[in-house]
Ligand binder design. Structure first.
Ligand code: NDP
Ligand code: OXD
Length: 306
C-alpha cells in the first residue's frame, strides 16, 4: 500500500515515522510533483496540483477536523474524504471554552487589572442563571463543550442541524429554531463547520438577538463572523466582549482593529491543536478498516460541506 503525505506547514519526518510504525509494510513518502500514484493521502491544505496528479487516490485523510479549505479544491470523484474525529481535540476545546466562559463570568480580566493597579477590591458575585451559554454546532467538539459547561452549572443551550438530546442541554435544531436559540443565549460559542450555509452566520442581525451584555467565543472559523458587525455591537455595548481564536485572515494582519479593541481577547488558532500521535493512530486505524471494507466514522459529505 502506498501512502503520500502532503501537509502544508507541517514538518513531515515525525509523521512519516509514525505512519510507518503504525502501518508496517506501507510505503509512506512525502508527495512531490510527478510522484507515482498512491492509494491514500494524508493532507492539510494541499495544492490543487496534488489532486490533479493523484486522480486515483482512494482515501484522503485530513489532519484537522475542519475540511472547508479542502472542499474548495476539485477532488477525484471516487475519493473518500475523512476528517479527524476528536483525536484529542475535544478535551482541548472544552478547556479553552470553559476557560473563556469562566474568565468572562468571574470577571478575571477586571481582577487582573485591579491587582496590577495595586487594588484589593471585590466585585459583586454574578448570577449564573443570568449567563446562559449557547453552543452552535453539537458535533464531536460542540457536544463535548456543551457537556463540560453543564458541570459548572451554567444554563446551556445548543443548536445543530438535526435534533439532538444531550443531558442538561436544551437543544434547538434547524433554521426554524435558530432565533429561539439566540434569544436564549448570552454567551455564544461557535463550533460549526464553515459551509455556504454557515458563512457570516454571526452578523449584526443574528448577534443582535443575543441577550444584552452578550459575549462571543469563536473557535471554529473566522469567516463565520462579520468583523465590523462585532465591533459595532461592542461599541454600542449590546455585546460585552469576545474571545476569538480564528480569523478571516491568519495570522491576523497587524492593522486589523481587533488587535486594539480592549473588549476582544485573541489567541492564534490554538484552541484545539492536532495531536500527532493520536491523529496517526486514528488515521492508521481507518486506513486498515477502509481497506478491509469496514465502515468508519468521520467521512465527509461534500454536498453537506462537513
Ligand atoms: P462535526 O462535524 O462533528 O460537528 C458539526 C456540528 O455543526 C454538527 O452538530 C452539525 O449538525 C452542526 N451544523 C452543521 N451545519 C449546520 C447548520 N447549517 N445549522 C446548524 N447546525 C449545523 O464537527 P467538529 O465538532 O469536529 O468540528 C467543528 C468545527 O470546529 C470544525 O469544522 C472546524 O472548523 C472547527 N475546529 C477548530 C479548531 C481550532 O483550533 N480553532 C480545531 C478543530 C476544529 P448535525 O449534528 O445535525 O450534523
Ligand atoms: C481543525 C483546526 O479544523 O485545527 O482541525 O482548525
Amino acid at each position: 500500500m502506498k501512502i503520500t503525505f502532503c501537509c502544508t506547514g507541517t514538518k513531515p519526518e515525525p509523521w512519516l515515522a509514525g505512519l510507518r510504525t503504525a502501518l508496517p509494510g506501507a510505503e509512506v513518502t512525502v508527495w512531490e510533483s510527478g510522484a507515482p500514484a498512491a492509494d491514500h493521502a494524508v493532507v492539510w491544505a494541499p495544492p490543487q496540483q496534488f489532486f490533479d496528479e493523484q486522480a486515483g487516490i482512494r482515501g484522503v485523510f485530513n489532519i484537522g477536523a475542519g475540511v472547508d479549505a479542502l472542499l474548495k479544491l476539485q477532488m477525484p470523484a471516487n475519493a473518500t474524504v475523512v476528517r479527524l474525529d476528536d483525536a484529542g481535540m475535544s478535551a482541548q476545546m472544552a478547556e479553552y471554552v470553559c476557560h473563556a466562559v469562566i474568565r468572562h463570568f468571574r470577571e478575571f480580566d477586571g481582577y487582573d487589572a485591579d491587582i496590577k493597579a495595586g487594588k484589593w477590591s471585590y466585585r459583586k458575585p454574578r448570577e449564573r442563571a443570568e449567563f446562559p451559554v449557547g453552543v452552535m454546532g453539537l458535533g464531536v467538539l460542540g457536544a463535548r463543550v456543551a457537556q463540560s459547561l453543564t458541570q459548572f452549572d451554567f444554563p446551556v443551550v445548543g443548536w445543530s442541524r438535526s435534533p439532538k438530546e444531550l443531558p442538561g442541554v436544551r437543544c434547538f435544531a434547524g433554521a426554524t429554531q435558530f432565533n429561539d436559540f439566540l434569544s436564549a443565549t448570552r454567551i455564544l460559542v461557535n463550533l460549526l463547520p464553515l459551509t455556504p450555509e454557515t458563512r457570516d452566520i454571526m452578523r449584526l442581525e443574528t448577534l443582535s438577538r443575543l441577550q444584552s451584555g452578550g459575549y462571543v467565543i469563536n473557535v471554529a472559523r473566522g469567516a463565520h463572523l462579520v468583523d465590523d458587525d462585532l465591533l459595532a455591537l461592542l461599541a454600542s455595548d449590546h455585546l460585552a466582549g469576545a474571545m476569538l481564536d480564528v480569523f478571516r485572515t491568519e495570522p491576523l494582519p497587524a492593522e486589523h482593529p481587533f488587535w486594539q479593541e480592549p473588549k476582544i481577547s485573541i489567541t492564534p488558532h490554538t484552541s484545539a491543536r492536532t495531536l500527532r500521535d493520536e491523529s496517526i493512530a486514528q488515521i492508521a486505524g481507518k486506513i486498515r478498516a477502509l481497506d478491509a471494507g469496514q465502515t468508519i466514522v468521520g467521512i465527509v459529505d461534500p454536498v453537506r460541506g462537513y
